[in-house]
Design a protein around this ligand. Structure first.
Ligand code: BGC
Length: 875
């Protein structure tokens, strides 16, 4: 290297830079430094870094230790493992102990077998691995509990394990612990209750300490608390504090709380100092031991619901004297924070709504039974009082304030945006403003509906984990947010409702709707399992849910007659033009069988792979025999969805495909003047179908349509999230204005416009397909996504002579990059100035590019990892 250096500085630099960087972005079970992991073999993932293109990991070494910074592999030293896998590598060391902190780090070897430096150490804490580890009783009855305890010296480490139903707030020595809201996640409580773990080392001190817990009803509709604090002291002793009847309880200032109706908080009932040591709790009663929920306790291994943003109002009006209406400019989920000064006992009322009447008054008709009203009684005494409800949330853009003592100001209210705190993983933008607004509506709509389960809506008396809604917006969610821990949890929720006969339910946890689920709702079970594999390469999820997915499919088989599944409740829900329910159900049955077959193939269950492939074939034939109408040359009634569904899954016999597609196009373009008439299912699959059949321009026209029915029509009518219905309704009927199910379109922005696609053959973005569609008047589009393997990005813009495309492929991944030739002749392609394609031929020599060919009007490149800048020119 020194010799080269002497010859040329440039060579020296490139040799020096061509290095494997330390792995970054370390995760355990998809989480960063999680506190509370209770799986026996947690899995590790890391992101590779390399300065050179086309680099892969050829081997890795993981060290796991009880020592900070993991100086050794005392718990596990994987040794040098020859493997390209940097995602979900399972721990295989000594059995993990309960309530311990483990440190880990990793290094890798690149394509040239050069070792990277070790990563910085990451950590994870185990939860309470056995139920016997709790040593704590369930207590209940009241909504406020306290306990004092003394630490005999200096402490080294302290953890709190909290299961508090329906919701809890944990307080230590006068302050709230952590940032969780509406915790724990909603589960089927007689199957499973989730607990959170907090590192409270910094919150305790030698001598007296106090712990206080407030409880809300949440979805549990009652109150129950099980808590253990474990403190390790200097010198090796430990101190344990656990819930039992020595705790004291007293009704607190929350007079009532309800997810739908809101919270009533009476500050006159506060007992200052109750959560600090030295408080006189003589009037408090001993806590009552209760039986507690039946479910097993599991660690909550996903981000909690938390405040992610604070919004100031954009407008304040007074439609009537003493009635103030605040407009936050955006439909959100969360609560407001109130600031007020006034006499003791003054009663301030906050009502929430998505809509206003023309006179500016609040329109709450579409909330149906949900009161969405928070009431605050002032403490008084002259100081400023700040109130933010704890155990409720609302879906709203507008808040009505009444009973305010004096004249409220603009800053009297601030909105706290809250939802399951999944990280944003990138974004999508384009030269078309309407698409950007739709993208914003979709992103807001989805995040407003991540409330520990994927909900249908956030405002009315529902907010359920409706399963169709869940699978319809899952891919869009995965392209915009860091979702794997969330869906891992939700899949377990689905498994928890599954009965011995294989049935799952319309909503999970099951409150609304039926058992068995509508087949299009139950499809969430196979599909979400599959998406976890496709987007994150998660094989363990396939293993864990294979039997469940198969049992659900077998249930459908038992209900079918001659390959046709008749039963259906909702089908292609909320369409403009209806599609027979049996067609939709049979389509879902076919897909479920097909997915079982694929999963079986991946898991090496060859007999199942074959028998479910055959089953799918039988269902397909029955579908065609029953629903094909030779007279009209269309499926069933001729509705758009009735054509879309069989085309999307390639169920139509080859010779018929063109005819059906033509009929669909005619219906979209001519019969409906470039409008769709589809319900939630047809809508989702229409876009990828049009794209894969060379009709991206039409898909774009539909996506940018602004007249009824369309997303643009919602935007034109003031929507800042997605509506439940294509129609603009505001009355007392079913018409949520924040319903993310039509957000399926958002996946198409990434897949087709930016052109970012996972390849299920090498899942988890180990192989990326970059295939942007340069459509109509679109001048540029740009998407980026922090995948489990690192950043993938694709941005293009039209240039005078052609197209410029920037693509980013993470180290360790490979890509197929399809660059549209835009119908140009004499096409030439350069990457950072180097010719890649010229005179109809691939020109080798560009780092990271292994080959190129011309196919279907595009240049198709085989690429390795790296950042690329392509320029396409032609005549
Ligand atoms: C929900 C939907 C759900 C549907 C089932 C509605 O009340 O809000 O989104 O999927 O019922 O038909």
């Amino acid at each position: 290297m020194i010799a080269k250096c002497a010859i040329s500085g440039a060579v020296f630099v490139s040799v020096l830079l061509a290095q494997a960087g330390a792995p970054a972005g370390l995760r355990c079970e998809y989480l960063t430094d999680p506190v509370g992991i209770d799986v026996p073999q947690p899995r590790f993932s890391w992101v590779l870094a390399h300065s050179a293109r086309g680099q892969k990991q050829t081997a890795y070494q993981v060290l796991v230790s009880l020592q900070p910074d993991a100086p050794d592999g005392g718990q596990w030293d994987s040794g040098k493992v020859a493997s390209g896998e940097s995602v979900n590598v399972a721990y295989a060391g000594k059995a993990l102990a309960t309530g311990r902190t483990y440190y880990w780090k990793v290094r890798y070897w690149d394509s040239g077998d050069a070792a990277s430096p070790y990563s910085a150490a990451a950590r994870f804490d185990t939860g309470l691995l056995e139920s016997a580890d709790w040593h704590a009783q369930w207590i209940g009855g009241a909504n406020q509990f306290r306990k004092e305890f003394t630490l005999p010296g200096r402490l080294l480490r302290a953890r709190a394990y909290v299961a508090g139903l329906g919701y809890y707030e944990l307080r230590i020595n006068g302050r709230k612990v952590g940032d969780h809201l509406l915790d724990p996640a909603w589960t089927t409580y007689d199957k499973r209750v989730l607990y959170a773990v907090y590192d409270i080392t910094g919150r305790l001190r030698p001598g007296p300490n106090a712990v206080g817990v407030m409880l809300g009803e949440g979805w549990f509709k009652s109150r129950a608390l099980r808590l253990r604090i474990h403190v390790e002291m200097e010198g090796g002793q430990s101190v344990d504090v656990a819930t039992d009847t020595s705790w004291k309880s007293m009704p607190g200032p929350i007079r009532s709380d309800s997810v739908y109706n809101g919270e009533v908080y009476d500050a006159r009932l506060e007992t200052p100092g109750w959560d600090r040591p030295g408080f006189d709790d003589a009037p408090w009663r001993p806590a009552r031991a209760i039986e507690g929920p039946k479910g097993v306790l599991s660690a909550q291994m996903m981000p909690p619901i938390r405040v992610t943003d604070t919004l100031a109002p954009v407008k304040m009006t007074a439609p009537r004297p003493g009635v103030y209406v605040y407009d936050f400019g955006q439909n959100i989920a969360g609560v407001v924070e109130l600031r007020v000064r006034g006499p003791r006992g003054a009663r301030v009322v906050l009502r929430h709504a998505e809509l206003l009447y023309p006179d500016g008054a609040l329109n709450v008709e579409n909330l149906r039974g949900a009161k969405a009203t928070d009431i605050y009684f002032l403490r008084g005494g002259g100081g400023e009082e700040v109130y933010q409800p704890r155990f409720t949330y609302h879906g709203f853009r507008y808040v009505e304030l009444t009973g305010y003592p004096g004249s409220p100001k603009f800053d009297t209210l601030r909105a706290r945006v809250a939802h399951t705190g999944v990280r944003s993983t990138g974004g999508f933008a384009s030269s078309k403003q309407i698409l950007n607004q739709i993208q914003s509506n979709i992103v807001w709509g989805i995040q407003d509906n991540l409330y520990s389960v994927p909900t249908d809506c956030d405002q009315r008396d529902e907010r359920m984990g409706w399963m169709a809604d869940a699978h319809l917006y899952a891919e869009t969610a995965m392209l915009n947010f860091d979702m794997p821990a969330f869906y891992t949890n939700f899949l377990r929720d689905i498994h928890d409702v599954q009965a011995a006969d294989g049935t799952v339910t319309d909503t999970v946890p099951h409150r609304y709707g039926s058992r068995p689920a509508d087949p299009a709702w139950g499809l969430a079970y196979p599909l979400l399992t599959w998406y976890m594999y496709e987007y994150y390469g998660d094989r363990r999820i396939l293993e864990q849910h294979y039997d469940g997915v198969k049992a659900w499919t077998d249930y459908l088989r038992g209900r079918s007659r001659g390959g046709i599944l008749e039963y259906s409740y909702y089908g292609d829900w909320v369409p403009i033009d209806r599609t027979p329910g049996s067609l939709v159900s049979t389509f879902c049955y076919y897909w479920s069988a097909d997915l079982v077959s694929r999963m079986a193939g991946i898991l090496g269950k060859t007999a199942d792979a074959e028998s479910y492939r055959k089953l799918a074939g039988t269902v397909k034939d029955a579908f065609n025999a029953k629903f094909w109408n030779a007279e009209t040359g269309k499926y069933a009634t001729g509705s758009q969805s009735a054509q879309i569904l069989p085309l999307f899954l390639d169920m139509a016999p080859g010779a018929r495909r063109g005819q059906v597609l033509g009929a669909l196009r005619d219906d979209l373009v001519y019969t409906h003047d470039t409008h769709l008439t589809t319900g939630i299912l047809g809508t989702k699959y229409l876009f990828p179908l049009l794209t894969s059949t060379g009709n991206s321009d039409l898909a774009y026209e539909l996506a940018t349509q602004t007249t009824y029915p369309s997303w643009g029509y919602m935007v034109e009518n003031g929507a800042t999230t997605l509506w439940e219905l294509w129609q603009n309704k505001t009355g007392p009927s079913m018409n949520s204005h924040n319903h993310p199910m039509f957000g399926s379109l958002g996946a198409w922005f990434y897949n087709a416009l930016a052109g970012i696609n996972p390849d299920p053959e090498k899942p988890g973005f180990a192989r990326v397909i970059i295939a942007p569609r340069v459509v109509r008047d679109l001048k540029w589009a740009s998407g980026s996504l922090d995948t489990i393997r690192g950043r993938v990005a694709s941005s293009w813009n039209r240039t005078d002579g052609g197209l410029r495309l920037e693509a980013v492929i993470p180290t360790g991944s490979e890509a197929e990059i399809r660059i549209p030739e835009l119908g140009l002749a004499s096409v030439e392609l350069r990457e950072s100035g180097r010719v890649v394609w010229k005179d109809g031929k691939y020109q080798s020599g560009t780092a990271g590019i292994a080959g190129a060919r011309e196919q279907g009007g595009a240049l198709v490149l085989q690429a390795g990892s790296g950042d690329y800048v392509f320029e396409l020119t032609g005549e």
